[in-house]
Design a protein around this ligand. Structure first.
Ligand code: HMG
Ligand code: MG
Length: 301
């Protein structure tokens, strides 16, 4: 077993983290939150979504948020884009990195973006072509890779097929999502080698939600299988309104604690992430689920 020396973290707090929050967060607070995260050493911070404001009202202020954040040198701020309309809005706001998103479950894809998987891939071909012409970096998400909230079967081969289509159309990176946090390490150990045979594993990130407490175990399994990019959310915020029961992403502080203990570099200062978590928690009106965040806060009390 060889673990990577360094891991790339992609911060989800401002996008996946906030999209599921019930109370509207003020635009200025979102901007302040992202600016705090930008000081932590995180080099990739997913900032917001240029989706239909009817689908995700919480992120209807995407353009204002994107315009308001201080673009820290060396930090990229990808944004979610479901179609060409979202792409145009994102570009107008100044985004130079985007993420398109589909899934391995037909049922979830229909609920989430009102398209079949095939229709979504067709739609993204146009978006990715436009992005390539503009020299815009593109990530492609494949959600529900380990199970669908609607009970339809998802097989590893279905995940691989969607991933291959996204890479062939020109995505720079993929993110494989356990959207509802149902996966276990044996599933990761089955899927990742299949992915590695089909495409360059250096382009693959894993995105674990921690709904059943398996996210860190899955992340460790993926590390052992050679994955070197992980999504996480400060404080463990997150969830998808179109995936019933989904809770937050694995907490950034938890991932940092684990990786640090394993001797794997990230370049990220856990106390600065924690400061960002503390700030946003004060605006949300509820606590945060990251165990490491809780332990560090209790230690200071
Ligand atoms: P639709 O209703 O089929 O789209 O929605 P439409 O093209 O018929 O448009 C309907 C209305 O939305 C129209 O406005 C459009 O102009 C407008 P109206 O004429 O009714 O006033 N519209 C837009 N407005 C702003 N920006 C846009 C845009 N597109 C259309 N980009 C659509 C289809 C894809 C638009 C919609 O379903 C949608 O926005 N879905 C996004 C859902 C979402 O954001 N889900 C959460 C993110 S995915 C996730 O969390 C999983 C992930 O974390 C990984 C994991 O955990 O697995 C990434
Ligand atoms: Mg997610």
């Amino acid at each position: 077993m060889t673990l990577p020396k360094r891991v790339k973290l992609v911060e989800m707090g401002p996008r996946d983290g906030l999209q599921n929050e019930r109370e509207t967060i003020a635009t200025a607070d979102k901007i302040a939150y992202i600016d705090l995260l930008s000081q932590s050493g995180l080099e990739w911070i997913e900032a917001t979504s240029f989706v239909s404001p009817k689908a995700i009202p919480q992120l209807a202020d995407a353009a204002e948020v994107f315009a308001g954040i201080r673009k820290a040198p060396g930090v990229r701020y990808p944004v979610l884009v479901p179609n060409l309309k979202g792409y145009a809005r994102a570009r107008e706001a100044g985004a130079d990195a985007i993420a398109v998103f589909t899934a391995a479950s037909e049922h979830f894809t229909k609920r989430n973006i009102n398209m079949t998987i095939g229709e979504s891939l067709d739609a993204f071909r146009g978006v990715v072509a436009a992005a390539q012409a503009d020299d815009v970096w593109v990530r492609g998400y494949v959600s529900t890779a380990f199970g669908s909230p609607f009970g339809d079967a998802v097989t590893p081969q279905m995940v691989v097929d969607v991933c291959q289509a996204l890479v062939e159309m020109g995505c720079d990176e993929l993110s494989i999502g356990d959207t509802i946090g149902v996966g276990v390490p044996s599933q990761v150990e089955e899927l990742v080698p299949m992915l590695a045979r089909a495409l360059p594993l250096e382009q693959v990130a894993m995105h674990f939600h921690d709904t059943r407490g398996t996210a860190l175990a899955n992340l460790y399994a993926a590390l052992q299988c050679g994955v070197g990019i992980f999504d996480s959310s400060a404080g463990g915020l997150g969830g998808c309104p179109y995936a019933p029961g989904a809770t937050g992403n694995v907490g950034t502080e938890d991932v940092l604690y684990l990786l640090d203990g394993l001797g794997i570099e990230t370049g990220v200062d856990i106390d600065k992430v924690r400061a960002a978590s503390r700030f946003i928690a004060s605006k949300l009106g509820h606590g945060l689920t990251s165990k490491t965040f809780q332990a560090l806060e209790a230690g200071d009390a």
